[in-house]
Ligand binder design. Structure first.
Ligand code: HEC
Length: 146
């Protein structure tokens, strides 16, 4: 990550010195390290950074929910009831693997998860709570859009 300061040591442009631990190197380190920590601190406390961290925590949580409840049927590859059924349903016009679908919105995902379809069971709130479902949907959307 780049910061609004120039650090010759980090940029690799430090003037050549015959003594890498001599006064020059120490002064360079002392000037660069505080500037770097102040930048990191400032980045960590902006609302945008907080929102981003919350979002990536939700995506990470959603990945766990998917692995546990959905992957046994919706992983990519043979022998997956969900993937096989969606292959038949869409005949190649959409990817069969759920994580490759760019068209799924959180609302659609939540509808199928709560209601089920064909051999896919509806998932109760005692299995997948509302927060986990939100996290799951954001994970699927994030995965399919990258
Ligand atoms: C027991 C296997 C099974 C499990 C577990 C399962 N599914 Fe499914 N799912 C299916 C099948 C089969 C279909 C396709 C049904 C059909 O033929 O329309 C499907 C369809 C869907 C669809 C609709 C896709 C479309 O375009 O029609 C969504 C979304 C979906 N599943 C999401 C999930 C999520 C998220 C989970 C985990 C919470 C999950 N499924 C768990 C088997 C499963």
């Amino acid at each position: 990550m780049g910061g609004p300061f120039f650090c010759p040591a980090i940029a690799g442009n430090a003037p050549a010195t015959s003594d890498p631990v001599g006064p020059c190197a120490i002064i360079t380190a002392m000037r660069c390290v505080p500037a770097l920590s102040v930048t990191l601190l400032a980045a960590a406390i902006t609302p945008a950074a907080v929102a981003q961290e919350t979002a990536s925590a939700a995506v990470a949580q959603g990945a766990l929910v998917f692995e546990y409840w959905c992957a046994p049927c919706h992983s990519d590859g043979p022998g997956m009831p969900g993937t096989a059924a969606l292959e038949v349903k869409y005949q190649g016009s959409l990817p069969a693997a759920l994580l490759e679908r760019a068209d799924l919105t959180p609302a659609v995902i939540e509808l199928f998860v709560r209601n089920g379809v064909s051999v896919m069971p509806p998932f109760r709130k005692t299995e997948i709570g509302d927060d986990d479902l939100t996290a799951l949907a954001s994970y699927i959307v994030a995965e399919s859009n990258d």
